[in-house]
Structure formats: C-alpha cells, structure tokens
Design a protein. Structure first.
Length: 471
C-alpha cells in the first residue's frame, strides 16, 4: 500500500505540474481520493504553491475533511447558541426565520445576501519580507528610507500565487458564485470580496446565519453566522479568515455632549459663546506650536466615518465662520447625507482647521468593517497619504488571532506604499470597553490602535485651567 501511495502521489504531482485535471472515476476509490488529498497536502502548502501558477480547482475539494475556521473566537463573538453579543447586537431572526416570510414582514428586508472577504494567506517567508520592507522604507537610518513602492511594485514584492486565487475562485464557482459584479478580487490579489446569498453561504461554510439587530437607535441590521463555520482543508489552508462572516462591528460610542468639560481660562477666539473654555483650534495651535500649513502639490489626508456618521455642510460653515478657519471637504467617498454626526464633524472640522491647505477626503461606509476599509485603500490608485480613523475595539474583542493578522498584513502594505495610518487609542482609557476587572485587574489595549504598523493617537487634558502642562 505504501508503494502504491508513493506511485499515486508521483502521478498526482505530475498531473498538477502539467496543469491536468485529475479525476478518480471508480466510486470504490473515494476513500483513496480523500487519503491521497490529505497525504499530498504539501501541494497546497503556501511555500510550495508559490511557484506553481497553474493549479486550479481539480481535486474533489468538497469531499475533503473540513477545518473549523477561527477556532480562537474572542468572548464577544462566541455567540453560538446565544442570542446576544457583547457588542450590542441581538439575534432577531435565525436561519429558519430567514427562510420564511417573517423576515420580510417584520424587518422589511429585501437583500438576502451577505458580503464577506476571503483574506488570502501569505507564507511565513513573505510575511517576514513585508515587515522587513516596511521597516526599511520607514526607518530614517535605512538606505531605503522614503523609497515607497507603487501598487505594481507592492503586488510583485509578495505575490499571492495565481494558483491559490484560482483555487478559491473555483470553490466559489462550484457553489454558483462567479459573476464579475458579485466576486471582486482586489489589485494585490489578496482580498476577494464576495456577495453570497444567505442559503448558499450556509451550505458553503456549513454554518447557520441569522439577522442581528442593533440595540442602540437608529436600528441597524446585519447578517452573521451564529454557528462555527468551516471550509474544506485545501481552501482553509489558503486563507487567514473569511472576514465579516463571524465578527461584529462595535456600536458603543462616547456621548461627547456629556463628555465635554468646561473651565479653561483662555481667550475664546471663536465668536460662539458656547465655545468658551473649550478646546478650540487656536488652543491646539498654541499648545503644540503648530505653524501655518503650506500647500504641497499631491499632499492629501482623509478621515474614515461609519455607522450613520454623516456630516452637514451648514455645521461646517458655521464652525468655519465662527472660529475663523477654512474647513472644506474636497472629496466624498461612499456618499453622504446631510446630518449632524458628532463624531464625523469633530474629525472633519479639527483636522482641516489645523491643516486648511491640505486636501481632505471623507471616506464613509454604513458598517464599521476594517476589511472593507483596507480593501478600498488597497484598490485606490491615488490614495490619500494620511488616514485618520477614530474607531476600534478592545484587542480582546477581535474575532480571532488570524483576523488580527489579516488586518496587520494590509496595514503593513499601506505603510510600504507610504500611507500614514492614525488610529484613536479609545475613549475608555487603559481599561478599555471591557473594564479592568474586579479581582484580577488587567489593562486592555485597543485594536487596530495596538497594531505596530499604525500610529496610535491618545487624548490628554491640561493640568490646570491654563494652556500648559498636561496630566
């Protein structure tokens, strides 16, 4: 049997190398098909597949053993057999409910599709290569400092094997998912965005998917799996995660109307009396000696907004005229509805007030999805060079270690292109959203602010009622 297996593996490897489709027609050999697929799994190993661009969906993948994805699910996402997550989402319509007319009548749902991201895995060697390249172009002491790569150079630096991409696309096609408007592969060939009908997704991932609703108004609804999902082994080996299938966006926000403290003894340069004692643009410029900015050709910056955080031009105009600054939005990405979103207006008005000559983009998405955001950046041929994002969760609230690594890979790639990514460190201090605990106190870092590939920006306060030393 051992000799037979060796001979068969040699034939299988030869067929793969020559791009031939291998089919075992004898039903009595089905058990042998699985055995050989497992014994020859090195063919699908990322280290070996990188040099073979012809391997496709030739093996009987769906007959393979399956791998449970993201087994290290964080507590907030272990919602299996539960109806409520720790990020303020409730299961309002399970899989059976979605199959009935109840969903349409109760929740006015028209779209029965879930958007997910197949995050292609890099080999350990290429992950190391990415990190080394990022540090070499970022370190002033490096000979390569400032020599950032363009999109094509980055793609060629650590290419995802075309064989791996085709294998995943073949898997999708076997489930009837292949239309160009449904399946989108990004420029770097490392993110595959897919819109999948709910029932097809349940079969594909062997899971159950339900409709979750937000606790806080305005009501929002998303589809997420509420059972562990899995993939055939040969597909699972090519991915970090299937993003936005199990993880939930965090809806908790600080009420900034209540968080404002009043009492600064400095001149109010704004004409609104309501600004008295508050941190205005001139206070920041005075404390940090911010010089007048100059227009530099090609310079640009962007803020990211999510979850209904729109902005209205009337508020921006009022802020500009009152505080004698020139705040404008030069580019809108993702659309906007006139509305006073406190988070978005704070981001827009203050970043532009400090640097009025630099072009500002507002990048909006209904759902807080890091993967959707990094996917958009990876496809942007003319990206903004500075991105400010005031969103995040506790690191312990992320869906899995593989999810964190998938995000980190994309952040490294952005840095190699010369993009500066700023993330807020969080509003809750060192204890994070989960709290430090009662008996065993532990600090809770934020993510992505805790990523080594971004700049984390925190907050502070003055020690007194004067502009000066900070707490």
């Amino acid at each position: 049997m051992a000799n037979m297996l060796i001979i068969f593996c040699m034939v299988l490897h030869s067929a793969v190398q020559n791009g031939e489709a291998l089919r075992l027609r004898n039903p009595g050999l089905d058990w042998f098909t699985t055995s050989v697929a497992l014994q020859t799994s090195h063919i699908l190993n990322m280290e070996n597949i990188e040099h073979d661009h012809r391997f496709g969906y030739d093996l009987a993948i769906d007959s393979e053993s399956r791998v449970a994805m993201e087994p290290d699910l964080a507590p907030q996402n272990v919602h299996y057999s539960k109806t409520k997550t720790r990020t303020h989402w409730n299961l309002v319509c399970d899989s059976e409910c979605l199959s009935s007319n109840e969903a349409s009548s109760r929740f006015a749902i028209e779209n029965r599709e879930i958007q997910v991201f197949f995050m292609m895995r890099h080999s350990d060697r290429n992950e190391k290569k990415l990190k080394e390249k990022l540090y070499s172009v970022s370190d002033p002491k490096s000979k390569e400092y400032g020599q950032h790569l363009d999109m094509e150079e980055l793609k060629d630096l650590v290419p995802i094997p075309e064989a791996a991409v085709n294998t995943v696309l073949g898997f999708l096609k076997s489930h009837g998912i292949s239309e160009p408007n449904v399946v989108k592969v990004n420029h770097n060939r490392d993110i595959i965005r897919v819109h999948i009908p709910i029932k097809t997704a349940e079969r594909m991932f062997q899971t159950k998917i339900g409709l979750y609703g937000s606790e806080a108004p305005p009501s929002k609804f998303i589809y997420r799996a509420y059972e562990q999902y899995s993939l055939p082994k040969s597909i699972a080996n090519l991915l970090y995660v299937v993003g936005d299938l199990a993880n939930f966006p965090d809806l908790s926000q600080t009420n900034r109307d209540q968080a404002v403290s009043v009492g600064g003894n400095w001149e109010n340069e704004c004409e609104l009396t309501s600004c008295t004692g508050l941190i205005t643009p001139n206070v920041l410029k005075s404390r940090y000696n911010v010089p007048e900015s100059k227009e530099v050709k090609g310079n640009s910056m962007a803020v990211a907004e999510f979850q209904g955080q729109y902005f209205d031009h009337q508020d921006i105009h009022k802020f500009s005229s009152s505080c004698h600054v020139n705040v404008t939005v030069d580019r809108e990405v993702g659309g906007n509805r006139e509305g006073a979103g406190i988070e978005s207006l704070l981001d827009i008005e203050y970043i532009k007030a400090i640097s009025p000559e630099i072009s500002l983009s507002v990048v909006y998405a209904d759902q807080y999805s890091l993967l959707a955001w990094v996917n958009r950046i990876s496809n942007d041929k003319s990206p903004d060079w500075v991105h400010s994002v005031s969103y995040g969760n506790d690191e312990n609230q992320q869906v899995s270690d593989d999810y964190i690594q998938a995000v980190n890979i994309q952040l490294m790639k952005a840095g190699i292109r010369g993009l500066s990514i700023l993330f807020a460190s969080g509003d809750q201090g060192v204890c994070g959203r989960e709290g430090c605990g009662f008996f065993r106190k532990r600090f809770k870092p934020d993510f992505p602010a805790g990523s080594p590939y971004v700049t984390s920006v925190g907050g502070t306060d003055f020690s007194s009622n004067e502009i000066g030393e900070e707490k």
